[in-house]
Design a protein around this ligand. Structure first.
Ligand SMILES: *Cc1c(COP(=O)(O)O)cnc(C)c1O
Length: 434
């Protein structure tokens, strides 16, 4: 099989093989790497496969003739070493499922992408390299913890985490700062968008790139997005097997990485009917679909803080796939949910179904609850992006009970914090990572 080329969404950089796209994170013209075509996939060959095996088969076209091709098996094994079960929501009169993506080391779906990316980068490391590879990551809460866990103590690699001061939950902050060693945690006086801007500026700054070997681990890195297709494949095949119908997904959305993975899975031929994005009051995407005007803006703080994104970076990829708004509207729809409604939904679904949602998953549950009754006769899947114990400060008062903490999370909660405060300037970042 010939190798697949990855091109920039802005068209100003030459197409590169997958491993180069992963290594660079961002294309030199400031755009995002996209596969120039989707490699053909025999969907029938995927039925019944466990995640690591499914990943190996489904991603082989993307890795064909790349220098990482022979390592795809071991990369898939190390990224998919925990399950992504799809569970039926008991008590619901209609066919409703939760896709539980929170069984990894930091209890959120980002563990899949972070672990896959770290295995890819490790697979490319030259042992002769004199400078460590510095992974820059801006996080609105969950990314940083997942990336830190995935790279912690990996030889020849260093992680620099930037997160907005006061805008992540106490438990998230603990997971961002409990590492030390090859993990540098920076608490930025600003918003998530500031953190993301700083990372983008650093990656294209000529001086800094001379001094350091940079890569990025945000959802702009294609190495995080590709593995996220795998759980949509597995879940949609399972729903088709058990109900005979194509699944529809409601995806809690922020930077749209998870949404893009769902779109790719469907474009590759998986049995997926509708895809609805559930946003909090950061309404850039719902408004774009409504008006056709792309109007990014500063983010607003909400209960679903990992989705507080006013300028979702992966929209650039989605618009590259579906440049006409009319086409895009056929592919996805999007809704926005208020904080007060998130609270009500968490309480109501616990009373009705005994399910404990994190605030992000609750946005999806709310969008589901508002669907017309006829539409709910189809099988729907709530993409459950994080474990509620990560957001205990929000969920426990609503439910009036404590949430059991998964073992992996429990361990991290007792380590000492190591963090530096910086203003939101490139100069401060330059200094902090010198
Ligand atoms: C990151 C995150 C999201 C948003 O995912 P995107 O891929 O950025 O759209 C939703 N829920 C949780 C828990 C997250 O950590």
């Amino acid at each position: 099989m010939a190798s697949l080329a990855f091109a920039s969404t802005r068209g100003g950089a030459k197409p590169v093989p997958l491993s180069t796209a992963i290594q660079h994170g961002l294309a030199p013209d400031g755009g995002l790497y996209m596969p120039t075509v989707l490699p053909p996939l025999d969907v029938n060959s995927l039925a019944g496969l466990a995640l690591p095996h499914l990943a190996r088969v489904a991603l082989s076209g993307f890795f064909a003739a790349d220098r990482l091709q022979l390592q795809l098996g071991s990369i898939a094994d190390s990224a998919f070493n925990f399950p992504a079960p799809i569970t039926s929501v008991g008590g619901c009169p209609d066919p409703l499922f939760a896709l539980e993506l929170y069984h990894g080391p930091t209890a959120a779906f980002k563990d899949f992408g972070a672990r896959f990316l770290s295995a890819c980068l490790q697979g490319m490391e030259e042992f002769s390299a004199t400078k460590p590879l510095t992974i820059l990551v801006a996080t609105s809460g969950d990314t940083g913890g997942a990336v830190a866990a995935a790279f912690y103590r990996r030889l020849g690699m260093r992680v620099v985490i930037l997160y907005p001061k006061g805008l992540v939950s106490p438990r998230q902050e603990q997971q961002l700062t409990c590492w030390g060693e090859n993990v540098v945690s920076l608490r930025v006086a600003g918003t998530f968008d500031d953190c993301q801007r700083l990372v983008k500026e650093a990656l294209v700054d000529p001086d800094l790139s001379q001094q350091h070997r940079f890569s990025s681990a945000n959802s702009i890195n294609i190495g995080r997005l590709l593995p996220q297709m795998i759980y949509y494949m597995s879940a949609s095949l399972e729903v088709q097997r058990s109900t005979g119908l194509a699944a529809s997904f409601i995806v809690p959305a922020g930077n749209l990485g998870n949404a893009l993975a769902a779109l790719w899975a469907r474009a590759l031929g998986l049995p997926i009917r509708r895809i609805i994005l559930a946003h909090n009051v950061n309404r850039t995407v719902p408004e774009y679909l409504q008006t056709g005007v792309w109007h990014p803006r500063p983010s607003i703080g909400t209960l679903a803080s990992a989705m507080d994104v006013g300028n979702p970076s992966n929209m650039e990829r989605i618009r590259a796939m579906y440049p006409e708004i009319a086409l895009l509207r056929k592919q996805i729809s999007a809704s926005s949910v208020y904080d007060a409604t998130i609270r009500l939904r968490i309480r109501e679904d616990f009373m009705n179904y005994q399910r404990e949602w994190c605030p992000h998953t609750a946005t999806a549950a709310e969008v589901y609850a508002l669907l017309p009754a006829l539409e709910r006769q189809n099988p729907w899947v709530l993409v459950s992006t994080a474990h509620p114990a990560k957001f205990n400060d929000i969920v426990e008062p609503i439910l009036g009970k404590t949430i059991a903490v998964p073992e992996c999370l429990e361990r991290l909660l007792h380590l000492p914090q190591q963090v530096s405060d910086i203003p939101a300037t490139l100069q401060a970042l330059r200094h902090a990572i010198a």
